[in-house]
Design a protein. Structure first.
Length: 335
């Protein structure tokens, strides 16, 4: 179904002095509008920069459900953010949500609203995606539930193109060409795209997981050369919802490595206790060597690790390396 351009009929009624609400009289309104269009130039009426055609206005007035539709028209007229969205393809995403509150879970409104929403939804999606404003796309997706099946394909076309293109792009990025390709995938590094992915329609579940998998695996490939990028991307991955369990587990494991939270606390305690033992051992040996000529041994205390003598500095390094061994234990996801 092709989307329809919305222009509020209430504005025209107010311009022509036609009463709305309970005082509305359909027969009288038709007669008055016939006269208004009859004297208008080219039979188009312009009000505040908006143009009304005879055909469109009377098509709406002759709809069998006009009484109910007029209620919705008035509600939208009294909702400036929704009206701006429909008429001008513009939205204040931060202030629009509250205006939608009266319309949630109203299938009659959805059926009325959906054909008008499809065009602005596609336009804003395309604009936001072109500017890499993925967080804004995610906020726009909050309203995808108003779209009916017949209108979803048109509304989601820019979204589908973007996701398919990025899936192909990430397929061609690897550890060897990462530096060269990095500007093309910078939106996955710097933007808050987890909001976008968490609000994606069900139609995009497969491509969402495909892109997620590719980002996880790319991080493993470049974690030594671009660890900051990996940490940024991982911060978005860890916030994803509705992800397959195996993929989710890999994301959690890798995120612990990137953030250092996989380091063993016992390892750091081990460093403390080993250091304490070394110091106390040195003290003991020193005191016995200075004050007792009959000491069994006047040699520095020898420390053993894996049955080999080592210095205290070497032991400290062993314990430290052991505590950090998980830093490179990243996992890839099978594709």
């Amino acid at each position: 179904m092709a989307s329809k351009q919305y222009i509020s009929i209430i504005r025209l009624f107010n311009h022509c002095g036609i009463a709305t609400g309970e005082a509305f009289n359909l027969s009288r309104a038709k007669k008055q509008l016939q006269a208004e269009f009859g004297i208008a130039e080219d039979e188009f009426i312009k009000v505040d920069g908006y143009t009304y055609s005879r055909h469109d206005v009377f098509e709406e007035l002759e709809d069998p459900g006009i009484a109910e539709r007029l209620v919705f028209h008035e509600q939208i007229w009294n909702s400036p953010q929704i009206l701006r969205l429909l008429e001008n393809n513009a939205a204040d995403l931060g202030n629009m949500y509250d205006e939608f509150t009266p319309f949630w879970n109203n299938i009659k409104f959805d059926q009325f609203f959906s054909p008008y929403l499809a065009g602005p939804f596609a336009y804003l999606s395309r604009s936001f995606l072109a500017e890499a404003r993925l967080k804004d796309v995610g906020q726009l997706m909050l309203y995808q539930g108003f779209l009916q099946p017949a209108d979803r394909e048109e509304a989601f076309r820019p979204l589908r193109i973007f996701l398919d293109e990025n899936s192909r792009l990430l397929r061609n990025v690897n550890g060897e060409n990462y530096t060269m390709m990095r500007p093309k995938i910078s939106h996955w590094i710097y933007s808050e795209w987890h909001i976008f992915f968490n609000n994606l329609p069900d139609e995009f579940y497969e491509v969402k997981n495909d892109i997620t998998t590719r980002l996880v695996n790319l991080g493993v490939e470049v974690q030594k050369s671009h660890r900051r990028d990996c940490k940024r991307v991982s911060g978005q991955l860890i916030s994803l919802q509705d992800t397959p369990e195996s993929l989710r587990n890999t994301i959690i494991t890798n995120h612990a490595v990137y953030t250092g939270s996989s380091r063993s606390k016992l390892g750091w305690r081990g460093i403390f206790w080993i250091g304490w033992i070394v110091i106390m051992g040195i003290r003991t040996v020193s005191s016995s060597g200075c004050g007792d000529n009959n000491a069994i041994d006047n040699k520095p205390m020898q420390i053993y690790y894996n049955n080999k003598p080592i210095s205290s500095d070497s032991l400290l390094k062993i314990v430290t390396d052991s505590s950090l061994k998980n830093r490179d234990s990243l996992l890839k996801v099978k594709q």
